[in-house]
Every structure is written in C-alpha cells, then in structure tokens.
Design a protein around this ligand. Structure first.
Ligand code: EPZ
Length: 412
C-alpha cells in the first residue's frame, strides 16, 4: 500500500494527539509482572501495539480491548517467546526482564524493529546478569535463574534497557540501584505505573533510580500523549503551511523543538496542552541541531525536522548521535529536490524554495512519516510507498491530515 499525496494544500484546524506507543509498549510488558488485571487507557491501536498484544496472547495472557483501553491478565505466562512477531518488533525485548523475573526462565529470538542502526542489546543483557540471570545464546537468547537486587551501572542511558531492568528489579524484594538511567517521559510513566502496582521507587524521572519490589498487583494507568506524533503534526504545518492547533499534547515533553521553531515561523505559541502554529510565508532555518538523550533533541524527531528544513530560508546542519542509519532519509528527500550534503554523522541542508513530488519509499517509521510531510508541501502529485512502516506508529495518519485539509489517500 502507498500514500498518494497532492502537495500544496495549506493545513487549517485542529490535530489531536493520541497516546504514546513508546509508553504503551513497555507498559504492556509490565502486565506480565502480576497475575491480576492491568488496564491501560489512551492506548493507540497502531501496528506495534497490536503485535505486542498478540505476543502477550501467544504466551498465555488474556487480552481485551474496550475502545482505546486495553486490559491484560497474566494468570500464567510461558517463558518461550517464539511467535513470529517477536522477531518483528523491538519491543518484544521488553519482555525479557519481566518474564525472567516472574518465571525464572525466558527464551526469545532476537527482536526486530526499525532498521535505523545496529541496535545491540548488550546493556539489557549485562543488566539482567547483574540481577541474577544466567544468559546463554541458542537460536536467540535465554535467561534463567532467580531475580535478585543489585547495583547496575548502564554504560549508556538506553531507553529500552532502563525499562527492562526497572521491570525486572520490581519483582525482587531486595533493593536495586540503577545508575545512568534514561529519563524520557515514557520511563517516568512506567516508573509511576510500577509504583501503582506496589513497587517502591525513588528517583523517578532521574538518572539514578532505586527500586525495591516484591509481589505486585493489578492497576489502571493511562498512556502519556505521544510527543513524536505531536512533533509530526507541528512539523506538518511547517512543511505545508497554514494555521494549525496541535492539542491534547504535553509541550514540556518537547521543549527543545518549541525553542527551535518559535522564531522561525509566523506564529508559534505554546499553551498548557496545545501548540498553535501559523506559517504563511517561507520559514527560516533552525541552524544547528544535534540529537541527544532526553531532555535533548529526540532522535525520533530528527527526520521530521529535516523534512521541514528542506524548504527553509537558510542553512541547517543536523548531527545524529543515536542511530547511525537515521540520516539516510536524506536520499529520498534529495529525489524530491532537496539540497542536502551528506557527511558520515552530519547533513547540511541548504533550503530550496520548493520540492517537487515524485515516488519515494519509506524504510522506517519516522523516516517514512518525514517523507509524507515533505510531500505535503511539495509541488505536484507523488507517492510514498511501503507505508506499513508508518502504520507501526501512527493511527491513520492520512485521516488526521485530511481533516485539516491535506490531499492524501491510501492506494494499492
Ligand atoms: C527507544 O528505542 C524507542 N523505541 C525508539 O523509538 C527511540 O528512537 C529510542 O528509544 C531513542 O529515544 C521504543 O521505545 C519502543 P535505546 P531503544 O536503547 O530502546 C544503543 C520509534 O521510532 N544501545 O535508547 O531501542 C543503541 O544502539 C523508535 O518510535 C546499545 O548500544 O533505544 C542506540 O545507539 C525507533 N546497547 C542507543 O543505545 C543496548 O543494549 C539508544 O538506544 C541498547 C542500546
């Protein structure tokens, strides 16, 4: 399937942000830590979340949906993660820690996910070993033993490893101190969820987190708004022009983006849970950008920002520090007429007055969405193919964009 996009329509109206898939995915893994029911509200029905729910069902969990709420009960769960979807999504890795802690055994094939870099799992594995896992490698990875508390130092503040180890440590009644934790808002949400299930956690939202767990119980939580979807909507208005309100978001979760954009478009105002963007004339380039761990500029926003800078007035230099393949999205943008110079870990974008639509292929989630944004502002009609990558993380992106005036449809 592909998107057919006729560029050039300015966007007008409201775009409402859904719950964050990167918040829901670890929360779904967290359900394995109790035999009681856990309900997650504000849950987006995107492909990665549906796949994660299927993986839970395949190991014995009862999963049900009520609107945008998902309930999971794990009376008994199997430690063999062998369904084909495990190898499809990165988030299946989040089940290693919880299943090891609950069953004393987990065996899994290696996770999939977007092809944005090498994405090793050494930080997860080193941490699990510190928490009692004996690790062997055969058709994937196998952890066995009994979970216990310990001090764990992560060599890099990995989002997924922080989440995995927090969940694992929460089933031990001994104390664990995790050092050099990632501090993304999705991690804070997970920490609060674990507390609501009965874990004692100090240092929530910081880089040193102390966890004392034990037997956990069921809970009801709500996913935080998706900050990357919010950025996608904001930057769609910058690419296409118009007057757009992005609502139901938490602008404090993307302060760096707000600071970058506030002086580059005609109007950029941040309110409690909304952002108002007006772009009538050509926007100015944001200058230098470097991706970093939270609260720095998010790597997931980088391809989206790059798309918007292709038509800015002036030069933008973007350095990617997290994922080595993420700048390769410059290539399809060049096919649309963007003036981008590629170095190994940096690109230099000299803004051109307009892009011209053509056919380009999505190769990952955020890169694919970035191509949609670029095409919204381009001259003529073009196609973005392989949109299954985009559907992993966006709820009917085409419907949302159509509501504010974009000419975008799905065709075979
Ligand atoms: C999470 O991935 C997100 N995925 C990614 O979003 C996001 O880009 C990333 O965090 C960074 O913010 C989910 O939450 C499901 P990391 P994760 O471990 O956990 C290296 C999207 O588009 N590393 O923080 O995989 C790794 O190679 C996705 O929604 C190791 O070296 O990210 C990378 O360079 C894409 N060894 C850096 O750390 C490890 O064991 C950051 O990765 C783990 C990671």
């Amino acid at each position: 399937m592909k998107y057919k996009i006729c560029g050039g329509n300015a966007l007008h109206g409201e775009l409402r942000v859904n719950g964050a898939k990167n918040c829901v995915l670890p929360m779904l893994a967290c359900c394995v830590l109790t035999d009681e029911t856990v309900t997650i509200d504000n849950c987006p029905k995107v492909q990665d979340v549906l796949d994660m729910a299927d993986i839970l069902s395949s190991i014995g969990a009862e999963v049900s949906w009520q609107g945008d709420s998902i309930s999971v009960t794990c009376k008994n769960v199997d430690g063999n993660l062998c369904c084909e979807k495990v190898g499809k999504i990165r988030a299946s890795l989040f089940l290693l820690g919880p299943l090891f802690a609950r069953n004393g055994f987990v065996s899994a094939c290696l996770p999939g996910g977007c092809a944005i870099g090498k994405r090793p799992i050494d930080i997860h594995i080193d941490g699990l070993k510190r928490l009692g896992a004996e690790v062997t490698w055969e058709n994937g990875v196998c952890c066995s033993g009994k979970v216990h508390g310990n001090d764990v130092y992560m060599r890099f503040p990995s989002v997924g490893a922080t989440e995995n180890l927090l969940m694992c440590a929460s089933l031990s009644d001994e104390t664990t101190v995790l050092y050099n934790c990632a501090c993304e808002p999705e991690i804070t949400a997970l920490e609060k969820m674990l507390v609501s299930m009965g874990a004692e956690i100090q240092g929530i939202g910081t880089s040193v987190v102390t966890v004392k767990g034990g037997k956990l119980h069921g809970t009801r939580v709500s996913a935080i708004p998706d900050r990357i979807v919010a950025a996608t909507y904001i930057l769609s208005a910058v690419c296409a022009g118009g007057d757009v309100w992005v609502t139901n978001c938490n602008p404090r979760h993307f302060s760096v983006l707000n600071n970058m954009l506030k002086d580059t478009v005609d109007c950029y105002n941040v309110y409690g849970d909304a952002v108002h963007v007006v772009k009538k004339k050509r926007h100015c380039a944001v200058g230098m950008v470097r991706t970093a761990v939270y609260p720095g500029f998010a790597t997931d926003m980088q391809p989206l920002l790059v798309a918007s800078q292709c038509t800015a007035f002036g030069k933008t230099v973007v350095e990617e520090t997290l994922f080595e393949n993420r700048l390769s999205n410059a290539v399809p943008l060049q096919m649309l007429g963007a003036d981008i110079l590629c170095r190994s870990d940096k690109i230099v974008i000299n803004g051109v007055p307009a892009l011209s639509a053509c056919t380009v292929g999505a190769t990952d989630l955020r890169g694919g969405a970035a191509l949609v944004l670029a095409m919204l502002g381009a001259q003529g009609t073009g196609y973005v193919t392989d949109i299954h990558h985009i559907q992993r993380g966006y709820c009917e992106l085409e419907k949302s964009l159509r509501q504010v005036g974009a000419d975008i449809t799905i065709v075979d």
